[in-house]
Write a protein that binds this ligand. Structure first.
Ligand code: FAD
Ligand code: MLT
Ligand code: ZN
Length: 475
């Protein structure tokens, strides 16, 4: 811990009280490393303010002391975005005590929540009011609204409702100098200068700390159908997606892809995971259709589409869920992919996106590039096919130690990246840049784009108080 940080801690305690600060090593440990276990930092303290005013005072004091602050929500970042430096010089600010759902308004179709509310709790509050908060990710039980917005999370329903960014109407943010900006508006139309809220969405804690948000809701679906399909190839999956989407784009709520490798890991490592299809397949598609219309005949439409897909050899088999429990069991096969991959061993993640029509080419070319780079590497592509967002993940070869594999992570990411660049894609579709990927920014977002990002950072956080070392590469 630096002298500046040591001197700051008692001053922070006077602001947030004993309940609002953790300084014991065992209490701080869970806040200092990431979900994947890739980064082990060392926070000098974890500060847990109870409201925006206390947080503002904390940020002001930290700025005056020259101590940097790492905002943290559920700490489920896949890119080490919420992990502090390992020299004990930084403090973590956890939003977890700011966890009230302030209001749900079914007529306005809005929900107002504090940053520390988990995504799942916000979904549940919306559902109680007969509405749907249409954002869903596998980490929703832990990820918090502040983190979800700070990363512009995507997930399973982007194909229908867009990313987190598309759902934000208003924000309250503590700025880097300790000012509280209250922009908690509920307006569908508001063209009054630069759209500040969108600047903070996706900024990964580097421009301001989100303390509350107004999010859009939609009417709750009255019919939902889920099917797991065995597909012979990614090309066939694309044809199936196109068939369903062209038939009724408004009803395609999710279209997820899984390779046989990842499905094998789920069935091996996840207790209770069961496969409803007869024979293993090299590829799978999970389809969810939903509609708020009464008597829309979704089941009949799905059955007809799958029959036609079977005739056209786009699928080789399919199971349609007959109950809520069966729907949940099918989703479990998809949602547990990240956990199963972790249990299988070391992995390198490439959260990439390309135009949807190019997903099959992405999978084929990136698989070939990785096999050429590292014989025995296990290719585990899965994810949000309908958005063109594939988690092109790689698992260590069976005969290679984890450390040796992980030491080559940039080589692997760059081999996949070369294919993605050629397909006009992005190196980070939904997980963000965090601590893992700033080195990629000059190549992918260099020139005017990176220059403008640096100017924005300088304007909003001239002292570099907020989340240093994340998103932007060193100058
Ligand atoms: P954290 O991990 O705590 O923080 C993430 C970033 O946001 C950090 O840079 C942090 O400094 C910043 N931050 C956190 N809170 C605030 C705040 N209040 N104000 C400003 N900055 C803040 N992501 C997807 O997009 N789609 C998926 O489908 C998906 N699936 C996942 C599945 C699993 C099993 C796991 C573990 C992760 C998954 N993720 C997914 C990644 C992760 O869950 C998301 O990035 C999520 O939005 C992070 O939320 P969090 O609260 O955990 O944020
Ligand atoms: C998911 O969609 O399950 C996660 O974003 C994927 C990952 O593990 O990379
Ligand atoms: Zn994902």
């Amino acid at each position: 811990m630096t002298d500046a940080t040591a001197a700051l801690i008692p001053r922070l305690r006077t602001v947030v009280g004993e309940a609002g600060i953790l300084t014991e090593a065992q209490d701080i440990a869970p806040f200092s490393q990431d979900w994947r276990g890739l980064y082990r930092g060392r926070a000098a303290a974890v500060v847990r303010p109870a409201n925006a005013a206390d947080l503002a005072a904390v940020i002001k004091l930290a700025g005056e002391a020259g101590v940097s602050v790492v905002p943290q929500g559920g700490n489920t970042s896949m890119v080490g975005g919420a992990v502090p430096a390992d020299d004990g010089s930084e403090i973590v600010v956890s939003l977890s005590r700011m966890n009230r759902v302030r209001a749900v308004e079914p007529v306005d179709l809005t929900i107002t929540v504090e940053a520390g509310v988990t995504l799942k709790a916000a979904q549940e509050a919306a559902a109680e009011a007969g509405c749907l908060l249409p954002l869903s990710i596998a980490a929703e039980g832990t990820a918090q609204i502040g983190g979800v917005l700070a990363t512009n999370a995507g997930g399973n329903n982007t194909v229908r409702y867009g990313n987190a960014r598309d759902l934000v109407l208003g924000l309250e943010v503590v700025l880097a100098d300790g000012t509280v900006w209250n922009g908690l508006r509920k307006l569908r139309k508001d063209n009054t200068g630069y759209c500040l809220r969108q600047l903070f969405v996706g900024s990964e804690g580097t421009l301001g700390i989100i303390t509350a948000a107004v999010l859009k809701l939609v009417p709750r679906p009255l019919e939902t159908e889920v099917a797991l399909c065995a597909v012979p190839s990614p090309e066939a999956a694309l044809k199936l997606f196109t068939r369903l989407h062209q038939a009724d784009p408004a009803s395609v709520q999710a279209f997820e892809y899984m390779a046989g490798t990842g499905m094998g890991f789920v069935l091996r490592h996840i207790p209770g995971a069961t496969m409803p299809l007869q024979a293993p397949s090299p590829h799978y598609a999970l389809v969810e259709l939903a509609t708020p219309r009464v008597g829309a005949g979704l089941r009949a439409a799905l059955e007809a589409a799958l029959e036609a897909a079977l005739d056209a050899e786009e699928i080789t088999d399919a199971a349609i869920a007959e109950s809520g429990a069966q729907r949940a069991a099918m989703w479990k096969l998809r949602e547990e992919h990240a956990e199963a991959q972790k249990r299988e061993g070391a992995s390198v993640k490439n959260d990439v996106s390309v135009p949807v029509s190019r997903v099959p080419e992405l999978i084929a070319r990136a698989s070939a590039a990785c096999a050429a780079l590292m014989p025995g590497i296990r290719v585990v592509p899965f994810g949000h096919f309908g958005d063109g967002n594939i988690h092109f993940n790689l698992e260590q070869p069976l005969d290679m130690p984890a450390a040796e594999f992980l030491a080559r992570d940039h080589e692997i990411m760059d081999a996949v990246g070369a294919v993605v660049r050629d397909l006009d894609g992005s190196f980070s579709a939904e997980h963000g840049v965090g601590k893992l990927k700033p080195y990629m920014m000059p190549l992918w977002r260099g020139g005017a784009e990176l220059w403008a990002m640096r100017q924005i950072k300088l304007a909003l956080d001239p002292r570099g108080v907020l989340n240093p070392g994340k998103v932007l590469p060193p100058t």
